[in-house]
Ligand binder design. Structure first.
Ligand code: PXP
Length: 249
């Protein structure tokens, strides 16, 4: 039997819309409950240093209320590690973070930052969080993630999705191969392998054919699509696209 492919829904941009006006609406926690009812296997939220979308209270409510696993996306800072160790979400995904970036640009430099990552990974694991490292699909960071003892990696799909959106077929082909090879190497290194960033219905369907992937984390496209068709319908269509891809893999 083929490995199941889970869908994690990232609710950050429900909070982005809320914060455009201040106040409490729309509520990302309500979106998380709806996403689970619509078939999401888990929820991801990124508490950024500048709190531009998800707030501390959102993360606390998600951790307390969700009936499916919460993936707490975060920079490996003292503040975030302490918070995650207190909330004890199912998973903690370590990402690079720069204040001036619009979204996470590129994977974590696990090779250059190996020593600095050891303590955060150990503290999160000791708190019971399944640690995931968001990295580029290249051999050096994948091998280093395994050496650091993280059980999970998430491969950055942004470069591939960008090439697809730009209609650059050759580059898209190269980047797809890079992701597929990275996923195979990750399995050989004993890691569970996830993917995310910039995925839409078509790219999720295509990447689902790579059966090494166990989970996709998808946010911006789904929340945008929900404006037109509703969150439930957007998630149902994404689930179908992923299932079609996995069946063809
Ligand atoms: N995975 C990680 C580690 C991310 O940083 C993001 C963006 O916050 C996503 C997945 C989701 O990307 P997108 O919002 O483009 O679907």
């Amino acid at each position: 039997m083929r490995q199941a492919l889970r869908l994690g829904v990232n609710v950050d941009h429900v909070a982005t819309i809320r914060n455009a006006r201040g106040g409490e609406l729309p509520d990302p926690v309500r979106a998380a409950h709806l996403a689970i009812a619509a078939g999401a296997d888990g929820i991801t939220a990124h508490l950024r240093e500048d709190r531009r979308h998800i707030r501390d209270t959102d993360m606390a409510r998600l951790a307390a209320q969700l009936t499916r696993p919460l993936n707490f996306e975060m920079a490996a800072t003292e503040e975030m590690v302490t918070l995650a160790c207190r909330l004890r979400p199912h998973a903690a995904c370590l990402v690079p973070e720069k204040r001036e970036e619009r979204t996470t640009e590129g994977g974590l430099d696990v090779v250059g930052q190996a020593q600095a990552l050891e303590a955060p990974i150990a503290r999160l694991a000791a708190a019971g969080c399944r640690v995931s490292l968001f990295i580029e699909p290249d051999a050096a960071p994948i091998r280093m993630a395994a050496r650091l003892g993280a059980p999970v990696i998430e491969l950055h799909t942004g470069t591939w999705c960008h090439a697809v959106a730009a209609g650059d077929g050759d580059e898209a082909h190269r980047q797809f191969a890079r992701l597929a090879e990275g996923a195979r190497l990750a399995i050989a290194e004993g890691l569970e392998v996830h993917a995310g960033h910039g995925l839409d219905f078509d790219t999720a369907r295509d990447l689902a054919r790579v059966t090494e992937f166990a989970e996709f984390n998808i946010g911006h496209f789904l929340i945008g699509e929900a404006v037109f068709v509703g969150l439930e319908a957007a998630i149902a269509t994404m689930r179908r696209a992923m299932d079609e891809g996995r069946a063809a893999g």
